[in-house]
Design a protein around this ligand. Structure first.
Ligand code: XIL
Length: 380
């Protein structure tokens, strides 16, 4: 089964215990108090030390107990910020490069590849026993401008070359690829504003086949947004697409639901669960790949907004955990100011900001939404 891969889940590495920030220490302590964890007897022997329960103060430790991944999107340009690397490694067991594996970064000129920033993220993940989700091979956005001038056979072969070179470069080091991202429009058909659509629907199957040939052990995913609910033209269109791919033997293994939550209009947790289940019934694993919850348009005081944000996160993470095939949840950034929705251009998509959409505040302090996620992982 694709979705039972306990071998890829790693417990929080011991060496981080010594490097826990005050932040995660506080989280650990409060978690211990809440769970009234057994206190280790004094004068224990070395064997009782080995049998000690894992420290469940981090999200990654909690997720590991559920055999799931909990991930974060990272960018190397934040690496010099104090606490960034430390908190990411302490809390998450999966990493998605937020931008640095997109076409415009990896192949800015035809055949000229630039893997350095992606390599740095992969090395960081390896150092900290984090899985890597490669993001993304074929997408109409952040594609190099030279690609937009191609069509027909030239575009098709540029796509195959790009997929092959990227996947081969990171072969064995990237567990899971978003092979095709956001190919579907709101009406459920292939989107109008993608240069790839003119190649016909076969381009999607071809991209998956090329990725599989380049690394037969990588998990291959179709990823999209606003397909989280179990009805609607776009969700149904995605269902038809991946069903067709799966039934015709195309090497697709999973479906990614971005989960950029717009609380003004979002499916219920039940609808999300039913949707995850219908995709899982096709024999695919499912993941929530880019979660954030924008609170700018929620009514009330900041405190009320954060309480609602916590509830929403708790409901959605719990819905995922009720579905055995839902193997991971990734948050789209680490701290609020680093979120794409804190950029005015993107933030507008979610109405009036500020949106404070992530788990940590500007000072790397966990917000109420962090507790909502931790509680869901603890089954509370
Ligand atoms: C976003 C990044 O977070 C931004 O930094 C960038 O400017 C634009 O792209 N869906 C996706 C992601 O699949 O790649 C997008 O990431 C957010 C929406």
């Amino acid at each position: 089964m694709w979705y039972t891969r306990p071998d890829v889940i790693h417990p929080a590495p011991r060496r981080f215990a010594a490097r826990l920030t005050l932040v995660s220490l506080m989280v650990s302590l409060s978690a211990c108090v809440r769970r009234s964890a057994p206190i280790a007897p004094t004068g224990h022997t070395p064997s009782s030390v080995a049998a000690a329960p894992p420290d469940l103060g981090s999200l990654r430790a909690l997720a590991s107990t559920q055999k799931r991944h909990v991930g974060v999107a990272l960018a190397t340009w934040h690496f010099s910020e104090p606490h960034y690397q430390e908190v990411a490694a302490a809390q998450f067991n999966s990493l998605t490069p937020e931008n640095e594996m997109k076409w415009e970064s990896v192949e800015p000129q035809p055949g000229q590849f630039s893997f350095r920033a992606g390599d740095a993220l992969v090395s960081f993940a390896e150092q900290h026993q984090m899985r890597v989700r490669g993001h993304t091979l074929v997408w109409h956005n952040q594609v190099a401008s030279w690609v937009k001038r191609l069509s027909g056979d030239q575009l098709h072969s540029a796509m195959i070359n790009h997929v092959t070179a990227s996947v081969e470069h990171w072969k064995g080091r990237i567990a899971q690829w978003d092979v095709v991202n956001e190919a579907i429009g709101d009406d459920g058909a292939l989107r109008q504003n993608s240069p790839f659509t003119a190649l016909g629907p076969g381009y999607i199957a071809d991209a998956f086949r090329a990725a599989h040939a380049a690394d037969p052990s990588a998990e291959l995913v179709y990823n999209d947004y606003e397909t989280e609910g179990d009805s609607g033209a776009k969700s149904d269109g995605m269902y038809r697409l991946v069903k067709e791919l799966k039934e015709s033997g195309v090497p697709i293994h999973g479906v990614g639901f971005q989960m950029h939550v717009d609380p003004r209009n979002w499916p219920s947790a039940d609808s999300i669960q039913r949707n995850l289940e219908r995709f899982a019934a096709l024999g695919l694993f499912v993941e929530l790949t880019e979660m954030d919850i924008a609170v700018g348009e929620l009514p009330g005081t900041p405190e009320e907004k954060f309480t609602r944000q916590k509830q929403i996160a708790h409901e959605i993470v719990s819905a995922c955990l009720r579905v055995p095939a839902c193997v991971g949840i990734t948050f789209w950034g680490l701290t609020d100011p680093q979120s794409w929705l804190s950029d005015e251009h993107w933030g507008r998509l979610r109405g009036r900001g500020p949106h404070f959409p992530l788990l940590f505040d500007a000072n790397y302090r966990p917000k109420p939404v962090f507790d909502g996620v931790a509680q869901a992982f603890r089954g509370e």
